[in-house]
Design a protein around this ligand. Structure first.
Ligand code: SAH
Length: 250
């Protein structure tokens, strides 16, 4: 059953209005649901309820929460993917797949070797499109939260926020080329529920030496296995390894 999202606090037997146009279209035209039918809605803080449709009109669908569902599809740790700007189609593919794989949020970063540039005027429109792709992937994959996405025009802005994270991981291709194979696994074994992880991934051309130097003192500089992955593949490798380590093994 398709999931919908309402960013409100919910309790049992409360009424809410769905006003998002795409959701209304999906519920009434695609699913052909009407009064009396049931939906699953994710509310604030990953609280999920079965709801019953109590009224339908063109501007809003009224629903009532009828059962709290014991569903837990969010990763126990939150992983932020801060990655270099890459070609649009590749980045959109990454957003969709990484949302399915449980990424908590995204930061698109203009890095030194990003071939693609995004000027500040165009950024809001891009972010809107990216957020829509993420929302659809979140609904489809039964996520309970919709990941957010931000854009930074320089990696230094990401550097300014590192104190917000418990672990900073910089995936560095040169580590892989040097045969470094233990740091990522070591770090995964330390992860605890509610930890916040920042994963830095370079663009097609990789990180510049200055970018690596900037983070060296604060980040774990890790290899992701012996093969060099594309910029849109590396975050997926990391997310699947994190999921395997903390969602399947314990
Ligand atoms: N053009 C570069 C590779 C860039 S890959 C070269 O040929 O050397 C794009 C990004 O994916 C890298 O900056 C890094 O963050 C990540 N990445 C890809 N493969 C990796 C690996 N095996 N280990 C660590 N990071 C990797």
């Amino acid at each position: 059953m398709q999931r919908y999202f309402l960013n409100e606090n919910a309790e049992l037997h409360q009424r809410f209005f769905i006003t998002n146009k795409d959701d209304i279209h999906h519920i009434t035209k695609v699913m052909r649901y009407t009064t009396g039918d049931h939906l699953v809605i994710n509310f604030h803080n990953a609280q999920t309820y079965k709801v019953e449709i109590t009224a339908v009109d063109q501007q809003a669908i009224e629903v009532e929460t009828i059962e709290k569902l014991a569903i837990h599809t969010e990763m126990p740790v939150s992983v932020t993917i801060a990655s270099g700007l890459i070609k649009s189609d590749k980045y959109e593919w990454l957003l969709q797949k990484a949302t399915e794989m449980g990424a908590h949020d995204f930061i698109a970063v203009q890095m030194g070797r990003s071939v693609v540039k995004l000027n500040d005027q165009k950024a809001p429109k891009k972010l809107e499109r990216w957020q829509k792709i993420i929302k659809e992937a979140a609904e489809q994959s039964y996520r309970q939260q919709i990941p957010n996405i931000k854009y930074y025009s320089n990696l230094k802005y990401v550097y300014d926020m590192i104190s917000e994270y418990d672990y900073i991981l910089m995936a560095y291709e040169e580590q892989a080329k040097n045969g470094e194979t233990s740091k990522f696994k070591e770090m995964l074994s330390q992860l605890k529920p509610n930890d916040k992880v920042l994963l830095l991934v370079g663009p097609e051309g990789g990180f510049s030496e200055e970018e690596v130097k900037q983070f060296e003192a604060h980040a774990q500089i890790v290899g992701l296995g012996p093969r060099i992955l594309r910029a849109e593949t590396a975050p997926l490798y990391a997310l699947s390894a994190i999921s395997y380590e903390i969602e399947l093994m314990r």
